[in-house]
Design a protein around this ligand. Structure first.
Ligand SMILES: Cc1cc2nc3c(=O)[nH]c(=O)nc-3n(C[C@H](O)[C@H](O)[C@H](O)COP(=O)(O)OP(=O)(O)OC[C@H]3O[C@@H](n4cnc5c(N)ncnc54)[C@H](O)[C@@H]3O)c2cc1C
Length: 388
């Protein structure tokens, strides 16, 4: 290796995108990865519907990210650019449910990854698998492989080691301790896009869905679909509320509006007629079996009191006890703080060292926004530094 090399640690989507941008501008790029192969979490994402970005209009899209910094970076390499980039790789996409972008059915996740890795190989990117990042200083990065420890000089060092969930994919967040010891500010990693553990009485609804409901926590709410699991609830409205519940202590109360398009007065009117409650719920209010089942978890007296029942239909309380364990969740919030980097994502204390992807302190809902921010930050660093 020569002295002007770009060293990237982590072969996830953020690291690969940075590698692509550096290499396409003629730089010598080396990617070091502790696994035997690239992008294992990217492939895991592929198992559950490979949602690569979202088709939303840009202004709505970027407001899915809270921090201004990440909004601007996503604006620079946005959802349309991701779709175009995939097309350039030969991967066709389609807009699926709720505007999410997926590769067309003829492309399996492994084929998407292979097309990308083939392109990186054509660009001359050199991969070094089974290399563990240990540490770095002003000029060198320290790694470990089967033969022992090694140190390499870097011209630019790009850290792309991911968040802290799904450790078996390689994203073990061991970097947190190493970076924190260098006085690099790290916001603690926490569960994001996580289900909630709830009170036991809801566990009996395991496997049942509530569609078109509104889930709220105080002033924050989201319409969508939730599913009951053996421990609690999952679903996009659940994930949306994560960031608002995180800043308070558990247990917390969420509320489900089982009939968002009717007012409490309209519901009470329907229930006050001569028909039996069960008939009104099913035929007049057209509540789903699951919605009726959840109302049946009320004690008999509360269920038969139509005034109370109307209130419950609009505001059914769910006591949430905790997030799911960090290792199980789709993504983690927290990471390298923007305040510890300059506007190029370069660490303030370490010139020529940059961070990209989920290891930075941003969070986003599911729906393609996570991978999008990983692609965008990788692109941003590769593009900005190569052009400066
Ligand atoms: C079940 C699941 C489903 C998902 N579905 C979607 C989806 O549909 N859409 C979406 O947008 N997002 C989805 N995500 C999230 C998305 O996959 C991640 O946000 C994304 O992969 C993060 O990319 P990254 O490059 O920052 O890090 P990662 O993909 O985590 O890659 C980091 C890499 O760094 C390596 N590494 C870590 N530490 C070291 C070290 N010390 N030395 C060397 N290498 C190291 C790791 O082995 C890993 O390969 C999903 C996640 C999960 C778990």
């Amino acid at each position: 290796m020569n002295q002007t090399q770009i060293i990237i640690i982590g072969a996830g989507p953020a690291g690969l995108m940075a590698a692509q941008e550096f290499a396409s501008r003629g730089n010598e790029v080396h990617v070091f990865e502790q696994n035997k192969a690239a992008a294992r979490k990217f492939l895991v994402a592929g198992n559950g519907g490979f949602n690569l970005t979202h088709s939303e209009a840009l202004e709505d899209f970027i407001h899915k990210y809270e921090s201004k910094e990440i909004q601007e970076i996503v604006r620079g390499f946005d959802n349309q650019k991701v779709i175009q980039w995939l097309a350039d790789l030969g991967i066709t996409t389609y807009v699926g449910s709720s505007g999410k972008i997926f590769p067309t059915k003829n492309f399996k996740p492994i084929q998407v990854l292979k097309a990308w890795l083939d392109q990186l190989e054509d660009l001359g990117v050199i991969f070094h698998f089974e290399h563990n990042f240990l540490d770095f200083d002003d000029s060198k990065v320290y790694l470990k492989n089967k033969e022992g420890e090694l140190s390499l000089k870097y011209a630019k060092l790009i850290l792309a080691m991911g968040g802290g969930s799904w450790k078996k994919t390689g994203s073990d967040a061991k970097w947190v301790e190493t970076l924190a010891a260098k006085n690099i500010e790290i916001t603690p990693l926490q569960s994001a896009n996580s289900g909630y553990n709830t009170e036991e009485k809801f566990h009996q609804l395991q496997g049942q869905y509530l569609k078109n409901i509104q889930l709220s926590f105080g002033e924050y709410s989201k319409i969508g679909e939730i599913v009951f699991t053996k421990y609690g609830i999952e679903g996009s409205p659940v994930y949306y509320l994560n960031r608002f519940t995180r800043i308070h202590e558990f247990p917390q109360k969420l509320h489900i509006d089982l009939k968002p398009n009717l007012s409490e007065t309209q519901i009470l009117e329907a229930l006050s007629g001569p028909d039996k409650i069960s008939k009104v719920l099913k035929s007049k209010l057209k509540l789903s079996t699951t919605a009726i089942n959840i109302l049946k978890t009320l004690d008999k007296e509360s269920y038969l009191d139509v005034q109370n029942l109307s209130k419950m239909i609009k505001n059914f309380p769910i006591d949430v006890l905790s997030f799911r364990p960090l290792d199980e969740v789709i993504s983690t919030s927290g990471g390298v703080a923007f305040s510890t980097m300059n506007s190029n994502l370069e660490l303030q204390n370490f010139k020529n060292v940059y961070c990209v992807g989920e290891m930075i302190d941003w969070e986003a809902p599911t729906g393609g926004y996570l991978l999008q921010a990983c692609f965008s930050t990788g692109f941003f660093v590769g593009n900005t530094i190569s052009s400066s």
